[in-house]
Ligand binder design. Sequence first.
Ligand code: NOJ
Length: 740
Amino acid sequence: MKKEELKELLKDMSLKEKIGQMLQLMGVFFLEDADSVLTGPWQSLGIEEEDIRTAGSILGTYGADTLMKIQKAYMEKQPHHIPMLFMMDVIHGMKTIFPAPLGLGAAFDPELAERCAAVAAKEASVSGLHVVFSPMADLVRDARWGRVMESTGEDPYLNGRYAQAQVKGFQGEDMGQPYKVCSCIKHFAAYGGAEAGRDYNTVELSEHTLRDFYLPAYKAGIDAKAGMVMTSFNTVNGIPASTNRWLMRDILREEMGFDGVLISDFSAIMETIAHGYSADEKDAAKKALEAGVDIDMMTGVYAGNLCKLVEEGEVEEAQIDECVLRILELKNRLGLFENPYKDADPKKEKTVVLCEEHRRLAREAAAKSFVLLKNEGILPLDATKKIAFIGPYTNNKEIISSWAVTGNVSDCVTMEEAAREVLDTVHTTYHAGSPMLENEYELIGFGGILAHDVSEAEQQKMLAEAVAAAKEADIVIMPLGEHYQQSGEASSRAMIDVPEVQMRLLREVAKVNENIVVVLFSGRPLDIRELSRTAKAVLEVWFPGTEGGHAIMDVLTGKVNPSGKLSMSFPYCVGQIPVHYDAYSTGRPDLEGKKEKFRSKYQDIPNEPLYPFGYGLSYTTYEISPVSLSSEVLTDEGLVEASVKIKNTGKAAGTEVVQLYIQDITASVVRPVKELKGFQKVELAPGEEKSVTFVIEEPMLRFLRADGTVGSEEGKFHLWIGCDSMTENMAELQYSCKRK
Ligand code: NOJ
């Protein structure tokens, strides 16, 4: 449809019908037996039959047959036969589940993320969906927050590259094309800044931290033309995001130029009452509308109050028209007025979903997401050795994250299944060794409290069998880690360690065999001081997804050389959080080697994280030359090339992530000690050497200056090129501004 036709349609709609477009419900409201995933608190919505008849979109329901049925029945009754939008949380894959986003971030490979998003879009679209609530572009610095798993990490530049790539993967050039869906950037804004890592908690940020660190990744997704944005649950400096005019109108719409559909998070408009910001539902509806929120997700706040507000002259109908036009435009961009079913196709759903090609990509992506944290020469595995697998993840299919709500655990390949394909079937043994969690640990999943009781006698038996196997083995592989429901939404943890029952198993095994390789599953950085002291090698595999087992064996056996790098620091311990590499300078930095009292440091732990951002080992070694600059002076009219040579000095072929960091040494506001400004993945055969060049230009030096403008400032800059954020391979650059 042409824009003019959409406007005509809008003119012809009744107020009630328009408000219907702004209501989002779940599939069960339309089809009793529709498979629906409830991703927020169930509540009574106080809506009427007519609201349901005109509700403009659905969340949480998928399946070509189901959604086609709902669409047909709905359109017949909808006064103007306007099609519905079907939305779903497709976070890291639809049915073919890719590694959890924090793992994908560790691949330092936005192009890979784009390919994964394109596959997810294809599977989602044939399953009848039009919009995916992804990517989550929230910056994260606090590993206690369960949702760090859904983020690509602590760095604004890296997150921005991923947000952009994923939007491109989901939407392609035109979301109306076959197998494309609309992407929804979330959660605007700064949801990752929740105080003390407790989900839904307050966010207090200075404007320069908000603008320089938290906002850029959303902006990158918006620049990539994401069709939707979702608000966040939190307050930002005292005002709930979902009713925050400044955030939504001034920043998102005006400054960032977002002209798509803005949806609230699940009941977030209503929750502004509990925040103590809206007096009641009517007040909340008015404030959210004034902020320009187009769709109310799963409450009756808009449906029950907007009509009254217009009638009483409290809000202009034109404000509602503005929202509804945006929703109609999105439906139009997706081509739904011409084909309301878009790609929904029950036959294709069967052949496309989880096809071999998709599984292959899942395996590749997972292997690339793994980070080798430690290796004392024990990996890759010597397959002639006698190997025992001991740990609760040995033969466990629960290796997709709690946010893979469309995926099936039963489709996953376990480590044992994969190991049996490649290792000696006579001598290799497999044992759980312990339950995943202590009996007392209370875990509430999407469906309520999850029981995991294993009797004391059974636990003793498991342990005894494991220790006996460890005694017999040359090498023990220990697949340990968090339960998959210990991270994700509403899964904050104060103690971010491997469950104690598994640590006991590790200690007992270590008493009889020192050749331990830990394969670590987690949705967040954990406190692994003891674990990494005990094991000879530690491979972080996150929640690796459907093909996790195969990918892990590919890396353990050396078929794939690990190349992942942490996109979020592993803290030394909880007391150090938030810890991130791009901290601001202090007046009393802790100088290496100096034992001085009056320094910014702890008495009992180091300042440095256990494993820093950008860190990850390989089965080979690399040598990097000093940084060479094409000129020592950069101007705003030119560029400088910063280059290094990197050589593979080991025996295995490998891929290294070469990273560029910059520091603005003196500025009108204090700047971070280091900021990632570029990275390149370089493949190198043994003995091979390559040059890597980064182009430095003025826009890379910009920040929110003391006078409130964004720009760069003249002066000296440090510039590092290396293999992690601790690199000392530095050069100095002078920046001078000609266009004054
Ligand atoms: C709440 C979550 O915060 C958000 O990420 C998700 O997309 C919605 N629920 C819908 O499930």
